[in-house]
Design a protein around this ligand. Structure first.
Ligand SMILES: *[C@@H]1O[C@H](CO)[C@@H](O)[C@H](O)[C@H]1NC(C)=O
Ligand SMILES: *[C@@H]1O[C@H](CO)[C@@H](O)[C@H](O)[C@H]1NC(C)=O
Ligand SMILES: *[C@@H]1O[C@H](CO)[C@@H](O)[C@H](O)[C@H]1NC(C)=O
Ligand SMILES: *[C@@H]1O[C@H](CO)[C@@H](O)[C@H](O)[C@H]1NC(C)=O
Ligand SMILES: *[C@@H]1O[C@H](CO)[C@@H](O)[C@H](O)[C@H]1NC(C)=O
Ligand SMILES: *[C@@H]1O[C@H](CO)[C@@H](O)[C@H](O)[C@H]1NC(C)=O
Ligand SMILES: *[C@@H]1O[C@H](CO)[C@@H](O)[C@H](O)[C@H]1NC(C)=O
Ligand SMILES: *[C@@H]1O[C@H](CO)[C@@H](O)[C@H](O)[C@H]1NC(C)=O
Length: 452
């Protein structure tokens, strides 16, 4: 080997080392430098600020709901690192998508929007209120107001006519899945309700959190017969929700675990601590044997995760962090698992042309070739939720949060709504049976992949 090829090799080596993400978790500057690269990678999928594009939306193929979830990742990124370079984009995005009624039902989405889609934007603005994120101008909708509007409009859809209660997946009769009651839609209502209860001190929200919990557990969407609580996917109204689709997704466990932890923090009632703890115990199946690296167990081993599912670990990680803060008895163990996970992440975020693109499977030796918005969100949230104790815990109206709301946001009080039943379109739609069959087959196929 001659001298010039040797120096070329050395240069290449130095270049690749320099572009990888190497975080020393005892050093604030090292953490900030590393997270900045992951966040930059996430924002590479955002072009909504370009001429002709739509503010708030991430590039194709990422759906509107995932954009809502991604902005929560960026909100938390700012909160934990202090890097505010994306805050203007974040704020304008959250405000651009509120819709005419200020409830995250924008016209462009209403043909396809489900309760869970709306719910994840609600979760994000709830976090903005709790983190005292820069308030919108007076004539604009405020973070707390938006969270209340999402909560109120969702709660108003509570359906007592089938399965004894619960939200359907879809809002509109014409959408596939209108006949499905899913755990995630109800989980968003539960999670936001618990947090509004804690933030505002208004008992109505806590009652709703109780109501949702009681219903999902009575249906067996969350099992409570053992020491560990499994969080399943949902059930169909045709059979009164008796056949449970028993897929377990990380984000569902996260929504309920954190919601229960918030209820514990708010009420000081150990029954809620027990609930959070039992979901956490089961959640250990979402970490690989031996290494304790997080993964999406229902689809990842079979390489079947779709675009949506490839960001579930982000939402799960965020809710693990919230659980640590709200239920400190669970903190030490959860943080151990996040620390083990971060080892896998750092060796995974070594791909792509920038040398630090994050992959999907963090147990893979090096980058696994996957890339996308979800992969960046997952990595960012799993890493930054190791830092939850470096900043003040979520604020409330009593502890310095400044966001202003209105209990009637979204079109009225829901205090008594559960005693009324919402008008339900009973017109039988042609093809509804076929659609149901397709959905069932879809679920069976993914269930089969999970087992294999
Ligand atoms: C959009 O925001 C990104 C930051 O993520 C920035 O790099 C880019 O220049 C912005 N584009 C426009 C047109 O402002
Ligand atoms: C709705 O879609 C149109 C056409 O793409 C776009 O111009 C507009 O900004 C969008 N509005 C929202 C709130 O997304
Ligand atoms: C459906 O389930 C609910 C609650 O689980 C129950 O109260 C109701 O009686 C059931 N309806 C039918 C028709 O079985
Ligand atoms: C919360 O419960 C614990 C244990 O029961 C008790 O020691 C503590 O004083 C309670 N705190 C409040 C604020 O009620
Ligand atoms: C509620 O959360 C705060 C902030 O993390 C924590 O200091 C407090 O101990 C928690 N309360 C309970 C009852 O665990
Ligand atoms: C929250 O933000 C408001 C408005 O900027 C500010 O006055 C207040 O001090 C902040 N609260 C905390 C706890 O930082
Ligand atoms: C809250 O909203 C209701 C209904 O829109 C309105 O009548 C009321 O004045 C609002 N309250 C405040 C304090 O703004
Ligand atoms: C509590 O929240 C409910 C539901 O949004 C609302 O109707 C009620 O007015 C609120 N109560 C107070 C005291 O703010």
């Amino acid at each position: 080997m001659n001298r010039s090829s040797l120096s070329f090799l050395l240069l290449a080596l130095v270049a690749s080392v320099a572009s990888a993400i190497d975080i020393d978790f005892t050093s604030e500057s090292s953490i900030n430098d590393g997270l900045a690269l992951v966040a930059k990678g996430l924002m590479d999928y955002y072009n909504g600020n370009n001429t002709g594009e739509t503010p708030g939306m991430f590039s194709h193929p990422y759906y509107w709901w995932e954009a809502g979830a991604a902005w929560n990742s960026m909100l938390d990124y700012w909160y934990y690192t202090g890097d505010d370079q994306y805050n203007d984009l974040l704020k304008s995005s959250l405000l651009f998508q509120v819709g005419d009624n200020w409830d995250y039902m924008p016209q462009n989405q209403t043909t396809t929007e489900g309760n869970d889609d709306q719910g994840f934007w609600g979760v994000t603005v709830m976090a903005a209120a709790e983190k005292n994120f820069s308030n919108p101008l007076e004539h604009e909708p405020q973070w707390l107001y938006l969270a209340q509007a999402v909560f109120n409009t969702m709660a108003a859809r509570w359906d007592n006519q089938h399965c004894g209660g619960g939200l359907r997946w879809q809002i509109f009769t014409w959408n596939n899945g209108y006949n499905y009651k899913n755990t995630v839609s109800n989980g968003c209502l539960f999670n936001i309700g618990a947090r509004l209860a804690r933030y505002t001190g208004n008992a109505t929200y806590a009652e709703w959190a109780e109501r949702v919990w009681d219903w999902v557990t009575s249906q067996g969407f969350i099992t409570t017969d053992k020491d560990v609580y499994q969080v399943f996917d949902g059930g169909f109204i045709e059979d009164n929700c008796t056949e449970i689709v028993n897929l377990e997704w990380t984000y569902n466990s996260g929504l309920y675990m954190a919601g229960a932890a918030v209820m514990y923090n708010h009420t000081n009632d150990t029954k809620w601590l027990g609930r959070a703890e039992r979901i956490w115990k089961r959640s250990k199946v979402f970490f690989m044997d031996n290494t304790n690296i997080m993964y999406e167990a229902a689809c990842q081993p079979s390489l079947q995760c779709n675009t949506d599912q490839r960001c579930f670990n982000a939402i799960f990680s965020r809710f693990l962090g919230l659980t640590c803060l709200m239920a400190p008895p669970l903190n030490a163990e959860i943080q151990e698992y996040l620390a083990a996970t971060s080892v896998g992440i750092l060796q995974s975020c070594t791909g792509g042309s920038d040398g630090h693109t994050c992959g999907l499977n963090w147990g893979h030796d090096g980058w696994d070739g996957y890339y996308g918005l979800g992969e960046q969100m997952n990595a960012l949230e799993a890493l930054q939720n190791r830092l939850v104790w470096t900043r003040p815990p979520p604020l409330t109206a009593d502890t310095g949060a400044s966001s202003v709301g209105n209990g009637s946001a979204g079109g009225g009080s829901v205090a008594d709504i559960v005693t009324n039943t919402i008008a339900i379109e009973t017109k039988d739609r042609a093809g509804a049976g076929i659609i149901t069959a397709i959905i069932i087959v879809m679920f069976l196929v993914s269930a089969w992949w999970m087992i294999v």
